[in-house]
Design a protein around this ligand. Structure first.
Ligand SMILES: *[C@@H]1O[C@H](CO)[C@@H](O)[C@H](O)[C@H]1NC(C)=O
Length: 573
């Protein structure tokens, strides 16, 4: 076969592959009420009727067992009514994330824009930025839903007040200030949900984890057993402020209750909190979901009730609508038989969840013919979204110190080489923190700095833990000696602070402090210390360092933003 024919065939082959993958991307089957559905002419499929009437019609047609199987995140379908099963669990904390099982990267959607971790975006103190990020994430999530690779119910954001600096999940939150956290909650939720029409939603957000949760696992005390003892005043003035703003101002379609107990009652079983406060006082228009397996946890780990039926009854009667887990699907039936749960309790829960699905358009037939039906692969990782991720990273960077006049920004004139040092100096996945997805691409600090100057790179520590005698500190010291300026990128990563992992020390881990001191002493020119971490780090040892930047976990474009700040393309002051 002639070479050109072979090439032509290969070319055709790729063309066909391309065509088939792009058409697959636009072909999510309808969730319910497609033209061929057996229920298409029933009132619940009638798009011109009010949501409330449609929900009442549907719930009235369901058997008790069908409804019970809808009380869990992996909700069963109802084939006789043409309703598909639904996985409620998707996440979009700072970009579409694959932590939730409904999101799948690959095919036409290999990645999504990874914005800075929330602690970083929050540090911009720019409320309009938070909403704009929410809108971009919403576009990407809805595009992935249209392509069959994501759900529409995002269990984000995390707005627990980050009061305890040891908390491994503090990075996910807007920080320790209740007012800032509340504003963040309202703005991000507004962006994510983009309400339209009569009570319609583009996505459903969920503020979590209600309430008084900022401990994961500290010296054997874990979130599954912790009882937060909190005064009414502290709840009102601190812990509940972001949740109230989320519901009242952000109009969030959901709240998630936490694993821990509050004053001796599991959050997910407290009618005073769920039914009275969230739904009653704040007027939640949406559903309350448990943290994953927290109904199981309050029975099996906390032994809050003596039998599973009481656990089902206590949570449903408290106002829980959806169980992330399988407990309510397993035990609600026998709870009804024992007279502990009524059909009315089940109807109330299903009415709340189905209403949110209807507001999202899930009972309106083909996704491609609905609002947002034209969002597709081109709307994910678009250049506009990637530039927004870089802009958010720049805005989130905090200049902690620059006390010698003119030291920062560095000038590239007369700068031949820059030593780039530290365990996070070439960070990629560390920059996106937790509850992330697959980013469109990364610019590491080393790459970002390399756009401005010639670099000499030395890690100094093999990883952020930086323990043991064989750490390459001497090589880093040599690099600093040879260069005209030194940039050290130190800090933490998920091996130090994470879900299930609180810190026992607020200092830099292992020998990082020694690295910083030795490198600074050897450095010939200006020395910039960059802290990449979610939770706070005590750097009082570095008070002689003239230039210190805090960058949080700055997202996929973090390294470019760090370099833009250091070299003066963006002013963090
Ligand atoms: C907030 O962010 C937006 C989007 O990047 C930007 O246009 C605006 O100037 C920022 N506001 C402030 C006060 O920095």
């Amino acid at each position: 076969m002639a070479k050109s024919t072979l090439l032509l065939l290969l070319h055709l082959h790729f063309l066909l592959l391309f065509i088939s993958s792009s058409s697959a991307a636009a072909s999510r089957p309808a969730f319910a009420c497609a033209p061929e559905s057996p229920a298409v002419s029933l009132p619940f499929c009638g798009t011109s009727l009010p949501i409330r009437a449609r929900v009442r019609d549907l719930v009235g047609r369901l058997t008790r067992e069908e409804k019970i199987q809808m009380l869990v995140n992996k909700a069963a379908g109802v084939p006789r009514l043409g309703i598909a099963g639904y996985e409620w669990w998707s996440e979009a904390l700072h970009g579409v994330s694959n932590v939730g099982p409904a999101v799948r990267f690959g095919g036409a959607f290999p990645s999504a824009t990874s914005f800075p971790q929330v602690i970083s975006s929050a540090a911009s103190f720019n409320a309009s930025l938070w909403e704009i990020i929410g809108i971009a994430v919403s576009d990407e999530a809805r595009a992935m839903y249209n392509g069959g690779q994501a759900g529409l119910t995002m269990w984000s954001p995390n707005v627990n007040v980050f009061r305890d600096p040891r908390w491994g999940r503090g990075q996910e939150t807007p920080g320790e200030d209740p007012t800032v956290s509340g504003r963040y909650a309202a703005e991000y939720v507004r962006g994510l949900q983009q309400p339209y029409g009569h009570n319609r939603l583009k996505l459903a957000a969920c503020c979590k984890h209600y309430t008084a949760y900022d401990l994961d696992n500290w010296k054997g005390v874990d979130r599954f057993h912790f009882n937060a003892v909190v005064s009414k005043q502290d709840l009102e003035e601190t812990f509940n402020v972001p949740f109230k703003a989320c519901v009242v101002e952000g109009k969030s379609a959901s709240i998630m209750c936490s694993y821990n107990q509050v004053n001796g009652i599991p959050s997910c079983a407290d009618p005073n909190h769920l039914r009275n406060t969230i739904r009653g006082q704040w007027g939640l228009n949406g559903y309350i979901v448990s943290d994953c397996d927290s109904v199981d946890v309050l029975y099996n780990n906390q032994h809050y009730t003596s039998n599973p039926e009481d656990a089902a009854a206590d949570t449903l009667k408290a106002g829980l609508d959806l169980d992330c887990g399988s407990f309510l699907a397993q035990h609600t039936g026998s709870a009804v038989q024992k007279g502990k749960v009524s059909d009315g309790d089940i109807d109330a829960a299903v009415t709340h969840t189905v209403a949110v699905q209807m507001r999202l358009g899930m009972y309106d037939g083909e996704p491609s013919e609905q609002h947002f039906g034209d969002l597709g692969p081109n709307d994910v990782c678009s250049s506009a979204h990637q530039e927004l991720a870089a802009e958010a990273a720049r805005q989130g960077i905090v200049l902690l110190k620059n006390n010698k006049r003119g030291a920062l920004p560095l000038s590239t004139a007369n700068l031949h080489t820059v030593a780039v040092i530290g365990p996070n100096s070439d960070a990629t996945v560390t920059m996106i923190g937790n509850y992330a997805g697959v980013p469109c691409g990364y610019t590491s600090p080393l790459q970002g700095i390399g756009r401005y100057a010639k670099t000499i790179h030395q890690m100094g520590c093999t990883n952020v833990a930086c323990t043991g005698d064989d750490q390459p500190i001497d090589a880093a010291v040599d690099a600093a000696r040879q260069a005209d300026a030194t940039i050290m990128v130190v800090g933490l990563d998920q091996s130090i602070e994470a879900e299930g992992r609180d810190r026992e020390s607020l200092l830099l881990p292992g020998r990082q402090q020694e690295l910083v001191l030795k490198v600074a002493a050897a450095s010939q020119g200006p020395t910039v210390l960059v802290l990449m971490c979610g939770g706070p780090v005590d750097v009082s040892f570095a008070e002689n360092n003239r230039m210190i930047l805090w960058v949080g976990y700055p997202g996929q474009a973090g390294g470019a933003a760090i370099a833009d700040v250091i070299f003066g393309a963006y002013n963090p002051g």
